[in-house]
Design a protein around this ligand. Structure first.
Ligand code: ME8
Length: 649
């Protein structure tokens, strides 16, 4: 371990709504960079967490008839489960309700007050509760709504403390325009023109109209504005103004804060201003990425276009999902998500590109040399170019990572993978294999391919940590062969390396069949996701007539047999006596029910749903179930006296 440190942070997430594939982007991106830096020998601190105070959370908890603390406790669990599913290697997880953070924020607020940067006044203006943002009349959109999320704002008028922004305007403008703090640079001009040039307004930093926040110690009817509470998490999690940790001197200032564009303003203007007020060093970089969009809108649960990361990673593996979102998003720009683009990307890059390269190379080494390469060699045409590209790759990837350009790093690695596949076509090992006198040449070709696989997969292991070790096993690479140092050299594997044929790493997906199955799941979300965040009753759907309802044929049925579907952790296959000769239904409830829990029980089914195949098993209808506050769900059991097949009206 060197004494070089590297500190990277994600935003801390609001515990509201279901996490979706967009939610995962920042954390997956930070995780990949953290893993890369660890591989380079840095002492890394990778921080994530949940932002648990504020009016929005107080309101949600009230609607759900639980305390705010009960509400956030449940949702923090869901985030931790999500990060486990996505293989996120965070070093520390902060919850802003943690005692040490609360204590530190109180000291920080008091210090800002004592330094004269916070004063008492009256706030009059508009407040967007979903965004926890104050707006002036002139900042509202053309409909008088929040300029960020375009939802309604409320009139707020209350005694409040304010933070003086104007003393820092000049320094912030310099930070944004003359340094490499904000990436990409194009966004810096946007901030300067929209917020700094018109004159920085003082920021309202306390609220009195609700209580779910950190009390101001010297005026306890006020709670600290949630963004002040939230931004300082990056320091309190290291032990700043608290005794829980002792890492502030070691890791601060942060090397990279990564955030999406909607919270750029807070991190580009308000955050540096508050640090300046406390004479603290500023973070080195703020990397701002765009949104993952769906049908042109920011993906979010309330817009009804969520794509569930739990379902997707169960179907394709977390590595494939990580790869897809990282590869699609260029820093600063939005990236549009669709299941079809994702599946095509997995097929072209992971199945046809990388997977194929590995399986062809290992199969040929096995076939022509009984798995162990001989030590004789014969160099030939095309070798130099492949070797040069593979050897130069690591330094190029280093540069992209240092500039937070993950998509470019991946594109560069996959260029070398494509080059290796082309090398197979150029050198035609299957022809060399037929001729005893060409064995030395064949051994060279296969060795060069194995080396290229070793280098590319070593680098890729930071982005796709689950699958690469399986490839190393197949190509006979030991732990010493897949280090950062070894990724910069060609010729590391022993000359007489032994390969081990194994499973296909990224199997090809049948696009049409897969899309059908995904569509069935989308129409059936509450059954299959297992990730619906509780406490937030779904909004009522659009009104329908009695005739619309009559189209759905709901029936009572008895479960006669039930078993798990082998390829899925979530699906159960149920045989039902439906009073009409029987039927088979597949349901996404395996996480919550053992097959024996359901046999002999009555259930309610949607009987006239178009049949679909889920994980290759035919499903004729749907079992009705309802969401639980903790994100699980429960099957609805009708009265035992009801005959099988009776209609539910
Ligand atoms: O803003 N595309 O929390 P948050 C890409 N608590 N990234 C997305 C995304 C999408 N569709 N949706 C969410 C907050 N994100 C505050 C932060 S930090 C001191 C306080 C990502 O849960 C993106 O990184 O609303 C965004 O910045 C983050 O989720 C947090 O959003």
């Amino acid at each position: 371990m060197t004494n070089k440190t590297f500190y990277i942070t994600t935003p801390i997430y609001y515990p509201s709504g279901s996490p979706h594939i967009g939610t995962c982007y920042t954390t997956v991106a930070c995780d990949s960079i953290a893993r890369y830096k660890r591989m380079q020998g840095y002492d890394v601190m990778f921080l994530t967490g949940t932002d648990e105070h504020g009016q929005k959370i107080e309101e949600k908890a009230r609607e759900s008839k639980v305390t705010p603390k009960q509400y956030v406790d449940e949702i923090a669990k869901i985030f931790k489960r999500l990060w486990k599913t996505m293989n996120i290697s965070y070093d520390r997880y902060i919850r802003t309700t943690d005692d040490y953070h609360v204590e530190a924020i109180q000291k920080i607020f008091k210090e800002l007050y004592d330094r004269g940067y916070i004063y008492k006044g009256e706030y009059k203006g508009k407040y967007c509760t979903p965004c926890e943002s104050f707006w002036t009349e002139s900042q509202l959109d053309e409909n008088g709504c929040c300029p960020e999320c375009h939802r309604e704002v409320t009139q707020a008028s209350e005694e409040a403390y304010f933070f003086k922004m104007s003393p820092f305007a000049k320094r912030i403008e310099k930070l944004l325009t003359e340094t490499d703090y904000l990436r990409p640079k194009s966004r810096a001009r946007e901030i300067v023109n929209n917020f700094i040039k018109p004159g920085l307004e003082d920021l309202c930093v306390s609220r009195t109209s609700f209580s779910w926040g950190i009390p101001v110690t010297f005026d306890t009817k006020h709670v600290v504005y949630v963004w002040v509470d939230a931004l300082f998490n990056y320091c309190t999690a290291l032990g700043f103004e608290n005794s829980r940790y002792n890492d502030y001197d070691k890791y601060w200032p942060a090397d990279v804060h990564m955030v999406a564009k909607d919270i750029m303003r807070f991190h580009a203007v308000i955050w540096p201003a508050m640090l300046m007020a406390l004479d603290m060093p500023l973070p080195k970089h703020l990397a701002v990425h765009g949104w993952i969009t769906f049908n042109g809108q920011k993906m979010s649960k309330s817009m009804g276009n969520v794509v569930d990361p739990f379902i997707l990673s169960e179907r394709y593996g977390a590595d494939a999902i990580r790869y897809h979102i990282l590869r699609e998003m260029a820093l600063g720009a939005d990236s549009s998500f669709s299941n079809e683009i994702m599946i095509n990307r997995i097929n072209s890059d992971l199945a046809n590109g990388l997977g194929n390269l590995v399986s062809r190379t290992v199969a040929m080494a096995d076939k022509y040399f009984g798995a162990t390469l001989p030590t004789y060699r014969e160099a030939g045409e095309f070798d130099d170019e492949l070797i040069a590209k593979a050897t130069a790759l690591r330094n190029k990837v280093d540069e992209f990572i240092d500039n937070t350009q993950i998509n470019n790093a991946l594109a560069e690695i996959f260029r070398v993978i494509s080059r290796a596949n082309k090398y197979i076509d150029e050198t035609t090992p299957w022809i060399l294999g037929k001729d005893e006198s060409k064995k030395a040449r064949l051994a060279s070709v296969l060795y060069n391919l194995l080396e290229t696989i070793r280098i590319t997969t070593t680098l890729l292991s930071c982005f796709m940590p689950a699958e690469m070790p399986k490839i190393w096993e197949q190509i006979g690479a030991s732990a010493d062969d897949v280090t950062y140092d070894a990724a910069g050299r060609f010729g590391v594997l022993p000359l007489d390396v032994t390969v081990h044929r194994g499973d296909i790493i990224f199997p090809r997906i049948d696009v049409e069949k897969e899309i059908d199955e995904l569509n069935a799941i989308i129409g059936n979300q509450s059954d299959d996701t297992g990730s619906t965040v509780g406490f937030e009753p779904e909004k009522l759907r659009e009104e329908i007539t009695i005739d619309d309802f009559a189209k759905a044929d709901l029936r009572v049925a008895l479960v006669t047999k039930c078993e798990k579907i082998k390829r899925s952790k979530k699906l159960l296959c149920l045989q039902l006596d439906d009073g009409m000769g029987g039927r088979q239904v597949v349901s996404g409830i395996a996480e919550w029910y053992k097959p024996e829990d359901l046999v002999g029980k009555k259930v309610m089914i949607v009987a006239n749903l178009k049949p679909v195949k889920l994980c290759g098993v035919e499903s004729n209808g749907m079992i009705c179930a309802a969401d639980m506050p903790d994100g699980t769900c429960k099957v609805i059991h009708p009265d035992d006296a009801l005959p099988n097949g009776s209609r539910v009206r």
